[in-house]
Structures are given as C-alpha cells and as structure tokens.
Design a protein around this ligand. Structure first.
Ligand SMILES: [Fe+2]
Ligand SMILES: [Fe+2]
Length: 592
C-alpha cells in the first residue's frame, strides 16, 4: 500500500504486477522512490519492464492473472420482459432523437460500498482554499487482468475467416484469446464520505497532477512562480493554477482568478489577443505566461496574459497499434434496454453480423474480425432518470432490466470480449467516477468474456490503449463552449483531451465525487477515447487520437422529442487495432 501512494505523489501509477512485486520488497521500493526523486523518466503507468530498465530487478509476480469481473455464471435465465409484456420493436428508422440525459436525481437502487450521491455535499465550494493536507493512503492498485494468453498466430491478412470444423468458416477473432488489461481502475480509489476536506484533497491532487503534466510539456512554464507571492515586474511571469470565478469584464475581456496552494492572482485575457479564443473553463488547471502589474484599483495586482497553456497531448504523441493483424474493436454506447424504444430488431441484426450471418455497411465476413465490443454506459434505461420516464419503460424493475440486458448479450459470439461501463441511467451512484454495476446484477450475465468496469475506464485491448467515459459532463460543456452542442459532442471530447480532464467544472449539472485523488484526470493519453450519453454518432481524429461518440440502441423518446434531441441510433465505430487510420462506420446498410 505505501509504495502505491508514494509513487502516486510523483504522478505515476504502478501496474498491479509491479505494485505487488514492490510491496514484497522494501529495498526495491525505496530504490524506485529514489529514482523518482532524482527525476528519472518513467511512463505514467510503471510496469515490471520499466523497473528493470533502471536496475530494479523484480521478479514477475505470479498472482496477476485471471479475471473476476465478467465471470461467467451459467444461470438459466429465460429471455423475458417485465410484467409479461413483449419487448417493443421499433420500426428501424435510422434517423434521430436523443437523450442528452438530464440531471434528475435517481430513485433506483444504489450500491452501499461507495458513497451514494445523497451523501455528497451539494454546493460545497471547490478549491477556495487549497491547503496542503497530505494525501491520505490510496487504496492499493489491484487488478483485474483478463485472459492474457495471446495466440501464436501473429501475421494474417484481413478479412480472415478461417475454415473450421466441417469446413464451416471460423472467425479470425476466435483464433485469438482476448487481451484485456485494466490499466487503472478508479473503483479501487473510491471511498469518499463527501466531506469538505475531501474536496480540498481532490482539487489539490488535480492541481499537482496537471501542474506536473504542464511543466513536463511546456518549458515556458519553468520556473513556475507562486500565485500568492508575485511582485510587479516588467519580466514575464509564469503561473500554473486552477481557474476560478471566470467572468467577462465590462469591456469584454476574459477575467478570472488563478489559484495555487499559495494563494490566487487575477488574470486578464484581452479580447484583442488571439489567445482570447483559447477556451478556458472554471476549475481547470492551466498555465499562464504574462506580465504582472499592480492593479490601480486596489492593493493587489493582475497578470495580463500573453500565453495560455493547456495540458493537452504530448508533442510526441503517437497512436499505438496492435501487433496482431486483422483484429478489430467495435465501439458503441447507450443500450437503454428496458425502454420501449430499445431497438431490438437492429440489435439482433448487429449480433448476427458479429456471427458472420448477415452484412451491414461492413460486410458480414468482417463481423468475425471483431474481438472487442465496448459500450460506454447507459446499459439499461433505469428508473426515475427524467420526468415521467415510467411511460417510456417496458420494465419498471431495475434488476429485471439487467436480466433483459444479460439476455440481449447472451447471443453475442463467445470469442468477443465485451466491455461494459455504467452511465447515468445505470444502478450506480450518479456522481463521477462511477463504480461498475453492482455484483448482484453482474451475476445475471452468462457470456464467456464480460468486463464490468468503472466510468471512466482505462484499459488496453491487444495493446491498444482505450479510455471510456460515459460523457455526462457534455451536458455542461454545451453551455461552456460555443462549438460544443448536442449535435457536435465530439467537439466536447476534443476539449476533454485538451484539458486532460473529463469534466473539470464543479457545481454544474455533472456531479463530482470528492475522492482523495482526481479520478477524472486523463493521466495518460489513450489511443482511443470513446464516449456516449448524447446518443449521437461520430468520430474524429485529434492529433492522432481517435475520438468516438458511440451512438445508442434507443430510438427517440417522447422526452427527447420535446427537448428536440435527435439521436443517431444503431451505429458502431469499427477500429482496426493494427492500423492507426482504420476506422469505419457500422450501420444497417447492407452489403455482401
Ligand atoms: Fe443515454
Ligand atoms: Fe447518459
């Protein structure tokens, strides 16, 4: 335990295997800390090979294997719906409608092993006093690493459907074992009681972590000066801090306070400078370079900013790819089973495509190349999520909604690894980060390879790093950024990457759980970022990173119609894991 939290102070994480090995050896743990104190270069997630690279010869720990979540339980659950009703089948119109989900308190069941949203302090003011409390002990990074054996097959061309028993085609994906690694699991750090001190710790961790990233990426921010002790000068001043009380001056300039643990300083971004268009929001951590002048209107001073720095991607960022040729991953979101608007017919078509039985916009042979299927939250429709939702539910029992989901998943081919994140409609706390869906519901599922993860989730799939985040903070971003709308949510994802945070602003619609460390920081840039929540579909490439909005399997609800939210259902992004540019749209247009 201590080594994990000690390493965390340097903004690094130990992968489970390394944490276990060092936990058994104090000398080696001290050696690592010594290297970190000396400024040795390590990746964000430190593994066994990284330790060996600096002469710490730990043995691989044998206990890291096997997965517990997603275990298969062969329950004989009959396909059924609540109240003996038939599942409604939508007509299959592919155009529009969406949630956009609104922030209505849930009445559904909650877990009792993490702080329920009702325990979190509403209205607590974040970061107003960044004291220096020591970080409490952070839970050991534990791990759930799954199915790590990799096939010896290493080089095949796509599409690859091999001949199996009796001459029957055998999908390429069945030739390989799944390689799902959980790089970092937020649930291991959850345990907040929602006290004011917890918010202080959270924002202090946010400041420290993003300050380190900013200083690593921008030499212009070194040396970094303290906001609380600045003196007027004709030289440029460099400060890193949290943006507080963002406002527009009466002359149209952007103004805010920039706060660090020593105090705060006023900053002005002139409307006449190009950096005026650099979008800044409350509670994000940024770097400012400018001249600090005395404020004629009072005893304090003000920085007239010349440059604004966001954490963003490293300049040398490059997307990683899998060494295995031909495998793909499918990304989607927002299944919303339990809703009368769940698109059963389209869902079944998708499952048949995975089995190589039917074509879609991508031919049926390539359905067999899909090794991973990722859903970014809102697995079920839930209960009491928005006004009068009960009119839209075919099933008003949350447990039975998960049984219906299990049934819907049951026909997905057994060689597909299924990744499931929760969202704001699921039976977990609303405040982010969210834990995986409760174990009692996980047990309803009987697929071979299921992975129930937290929101956000940080994993690798055959060596390609994927971060999934449901995207509730997009509800806030549409009010903060002009170019982020419910029609263009992928622009909001771009802002998440630029700030390296999934939802920095506290006190708006998205709820934040005050954990000891800020689990919504994008500490390491993934290769693929997938989100959902707004039921739109699309993808773009931001400096090499795939940003994917995951569609939905729910047609437009009456509520969405009233809110003029237009979903784009029944679509998936299919990403070739061996290629940095291979990304295509799966939808119900038929090909061979
Ligand atoms: Fe949703
Ligand atoms: Fe949602």
């Amino acid at each position: 335990m201590p080594i994990v939290s000690d390493v965390l102070r340097f903004n690094h994480f130990l992968v489970p295997e390394a944490a276990q090995a060092l936990g058994d050896n104090d000398d080696m743990a001290k050696k690592l800390i010594s290297h970190l104190e000396d400024g040795a270069s390590f990746p964000t997630f430190i593994g066994i090979d990284d330790l060996r690279g600096v002469g710490i010869d730990v043995a691989s720990h044998p206990s890291v294997k096997g997965s517990e979540p997603g275990k298969k339980l062969h329950r004989d659950i009959k396909a059924r719906t609540c109240e003996d009703q038939e599942v409604a089948v939508e007509g299959g119109e592919m155009s529009s409608g969406t949630s956009g989900g609104i922030s209505i308190p849930k009445t559904i069941e909650k877990r009792d092993d993490v702080a329920p949203v009702s325990d979190l302090l509403p209205g607590a003011s974040p970061g107003t006093d960044l004291l220096r409390p020591e970080l409490g002990d952070v839970s050991e990074l534990v791990k759930r690493t799954t199915s790590l054996r990799r096939s010896t097959l290493s080089s095949v061309a796509r599409p690859l459907i091999k001949e199996g028993v009796g001459g029957k085609p055998r999908p390429l994906a069945a030739e390989y074992d799944g390689d799902v690694k959980i790089l970092f699991d937020p649930v291991e750090h959850m345990g907040s009681k929602g006290k004011i001190e917890d918010f202080r710790r959270l924002f202090l961790d946010r400041y420290r972590t993003l300050r380190n990233i900013l200083r690593t990426q921008y030499g212009e921010l070194i040396p970094t000066e303290d906001a609380g002790t600045l003196q007027p000068s004709d030289e440029h001043t460099r400060v890193i801090g949290l943006v507080m009380e963002l406002r527009t001056s009466k002359n149209g300039h952007i103004m805010f306070d920039l706060e660090d643990p020593t105090g705060s300083v006023k900053v002005l971004i002139s409307k006449n400078k190009e950096i005026f268009n650099n979008k800044v929001v409350d509670d994000e951590v940024i770097g400012i370079v400018g001249k600090f002048k005395k404020d004629d209107r009072g005893p304090s001073g003000i920085i007239f900013a010349d440059e604004v720095f966001k954490a963003d991607l490293p300049f040398d960022y490059q997307r990683r790819t899998s060494e295995i040729r031909g495998l793909t991953a499918a990304f989607s979101s927002d299944i919303h089973i339990g809703s009368v608007n769940f698109l059963r017919k389209e869902w079944d078509r998708m499952v048949r495509w995975l089995k190589g039985e039917v074509g879609a916009s991508i031919g049926k042979r390539e359905g067999g190349c899909v090794k991973y299927l990722v859903f970014a939250g809102d697995l079920v429709d839930g209960i009491g999520i928005y006004p009068n939702q009960d009119r839209d539910l075919i099933c008003k029992d949350i447990g039975k909604q998960y049984e219906m989901l299990a049934e819907a998943m049951s026909d997905i081919p057994s060689h597909v690894e299924i990744i499931l994140l929760p969202g704001n409609h699921d039976a977990v706390r609303l405040a982010e980060p969210q834990p995986p869906i409760p174990r009692e519901y996980q047990e309803y599922f009987y697929n071979d390879h299921l992975h129930f993860l937290s929101n956000p989730a940080f994993i690798s799939l055959s060596g390609v790093r994927v971060t999934g985040f449901h995207g509730k903070s997009l509800d806030d971003m549409v009010t903060q950024f002009k170019d982020v709308t419910y029609e263009t949510p992928v622009e909001g994802m771009r802002e998440m990457v630029r700030s390296r945070h999934f939802g920095p602003t506290y006190g708006m619609r998205n709820q934040l759980a005050p954990e000891d460390v800020d689990l919504l920081i994008m500490r390491e840039a993934p290769d693929i970022l997938v989100s959902g929540h707004v039921h739109r579909f699309g993808y773009t490439n931001y400096r090499g990173m795939h940003l994917i909005q995951g569609s939905t399997w729910q047609s437009q609800t009456d509520f969405q119609k009233m809110m003029n939210l237009q979903p784009q259902p029944a679509k998936m992004a299919i990403v070739g894991l061996d290629s940095p540019d291979d990304i295509r749209t799966w939808e119900l247009e038929y090909s061979s």
